[in-house]
Write a protein that binds this ligand. Structure first.
Ligand code: NDP
Length: 289
């Protein structure tokens, strides 16, 4: 087998982009997907569609998994598990750190090698130089397959042996990404109720997001030092401000569930007696379920 061969299992938008990137670099690419038609364009471009997950695993030393979650991995590979021995799985299916660890154990016990990955970039950026992905699992496997991994994202960030670490880094980023984007959709809806389009407000939204780095830089060391002094902002002010957001949304007839949930966090901090502290005090509240 050529070392420049790879199997991709899972052909959602991400898996398709990854397979295309490998084809573009001259890899021999084998595919498998539950819905076979998703492979059509890639097969026309030179990839081979395997008849079964077993055949897909057998075709390459390295198999990239790009699935919705780890349950999908078991659904596909449980019937093919005998073919895992001696193979390396690069698992880019997102899930919790605990599920990633269990998945790695399952693969390892079957004689395979499991690298967990976390890719943050959207499909159009797959295969480009500037984007990076997290990896964790056996260092040796990462070193051996680094060239192949860096076809998917030009840069890689190896986090350590624990297979949960790459999943953790991915989840930490998603915990920011999804709520931030919902905040954005909320803002688009509110602007729309006032006749402003998404395009109209785009420059302001971009500027707002770009400014977030300032807050992270300012608060990080203070939070780590346990300093929630209300010298530049007070939670009571945050509560009043968030209340204005809720009412601006309500007055416009738009949904208020998300701003109300945010307001509720401010309210709980104030009710715990920390209204004069910085809104970073919420970190302490959020540490416990
Ligand atoms: P999709 O959820 O669209 O892709 C899902 C793939 O998983 C498809 O191949 C689907 O098969 C397969 N699948 C799901 N459930 C099962 C099952 N029970 N049995 C067999 N196959 C199953 O995901 P994306 O391609 O968008 O993303 C893949 C991974 O990458 C996800 O974990 C996602 O969180 C992550 N990611 C996605 C990004 C994006 O912008 N799309 C960006 C960064 C990361 P079928 O085609 O038959 O439905």
């Amino acid at each position: 087998q050529s070392s420049r061969s790879v199997t991709v299992i899972g052909l959602g938008p991400m898996g398709q982009a990854m397979a295309a990137a490998y084809l573009g670099r001259g890899y021999r690419v084998t595919l498998w997907n539950r819905t076979p038609s998703r492979a059509d364009a890639l097969v026309r471009a030179g990839a081979t569609l395997a008849a079964s997950p077993q055949q897909a695993l057998a075709a390459s030393d390295v198999t990239v998994l790009s699935l919705t979650d780890l349950d999908a991995m078991y659904a596909i590979l449980e019937p093919a598990k005998a073919a895992l021995a001696g193979r390396t799985l690069v698992n880019l299916s997102s899930d919790t750190p605990e599920k990633a660890r269990a998945g790695a154990r399952w693969v390892t016990e079957l004689g395979g090698t499991h690298l967990t990955g976390g890719v943050l970039c959207p499909p159009p950026l797959i295969g480009t130089a500037e984007v990076s992905a997290f990896y964790s699992g056996p260092r040796e496997a990462y070193d051996t397959h680094r060239d192949a991994l860096e076809v998917i994202t030009g840069k890689t960030d190896y986090r350590g042996e624990d297979p949960g670490l790459a999943a953790l880094m991915y989840q930490l980023n998603m915990a920011i990404f999804w709520p931030s984007m919902i905040a954005y959709w909320q803002t688009v809806a509110l602007a729309g109720a006032h006749g402003l389009t998404a395009t109209d407000i785009a420059p302001y939204v971009t500027e707002n997001f770009a400014g977030m780095g300032h807050f992270v830089d300012f608060y990080a060391s203070r939070i780590d030092a346990g300093n929630h002094e209300g010298d530049v902002d007070r939670t009571a002010m945050g509560l009043a401000s968030m209340d204005h957001v809720v009412h601006t949304a309500a007055d416009a007839g738009t949904d208020t569930a998300f701003p109300e949930a945010v307001r509720d966090i401010f309210r709980r901090v104030v009710e715990a007696g920390h209204g004069s502290d910085s809104f970073s005090r919420a970190v302490e509240l959020l540490k416990k379920r």
